[in-house]
Design a protein around this ligand. Sequence first.
Ligand code: BEZ
Length: 264
Amino acid sequence: MGTNSNNSWDSNLYDDKISFVSKLGKDVVTLLDPQPNEKILDLGCGTGDLSNEIMRSGAIPLGIDYADSMIEKARQKFPNITFQVENGETFRVANQFDAVFSNAALHWMTKPSKVAESVWLALRDGGRFVAEFGGKGNVQTITKAVKEVVSASGANVSETNLWYYPSIGEYACLLEKQGFCVLYAIHFDRPTQLEDGENGMRHWLNMFAGAFFTQLSENQKSQAYSIIEEKLRPKLFKNGNWFADYVRIRIKALKECSPCRHVS
Ligand code: BEZ
């Protein structure tokens, strides 16, 4: 996924209980609008479901992800697609792409200007960058509860910041500084139903929030999960399901910009 340590991602849990990520990402593929024979880089491809969606449109995807476990699973699931382990902040490509696509991955990359530079270099002139990821305010209810409960067990997590969640203005400026022309940007709340009813929040914590719990024993962690759930239940549990308080940024930007070229 992002630039967190390579091997800590559980690709089976991701496919079994976190499949909403790629299901919701299909809308982002619609915004990408892949065309037959276009070469498209899927940045932070996870286990490859959206790379496969891109291929179904006739385009030629290359999926990259920093997690070996994700790439291994993607290769097993989709042997006809090329997948590579790459760091999203520093990757370089030999041949440029028509588009770079990214779903639910950029918030793991905490050096966003390096990502923007890598994406820029990966695109041909006129190529497009289409992405969705966590925006300002993303999972703040969950994060606050996790930090409160883990701190109360004596662990120090006040400085644990795993994610980059910019405002729309901040992110559009960052892309413009790199030279992109931002054509479309939206910042919106998307409460996201987690899978497996009552167990949904635990699956989410296991999949994504492990770094907050490293100082706790298994027993302490299990107790912490129960307390977190009780804190979150009034706000995030409805009709038998958990909803993560996701906030998204969805953006489309061009390398080269005919509207901008004609200004001045
Ligand atoms: C997200 O997609 O917004 C997200 C996923 C895992 C951890 C944090 C945020």
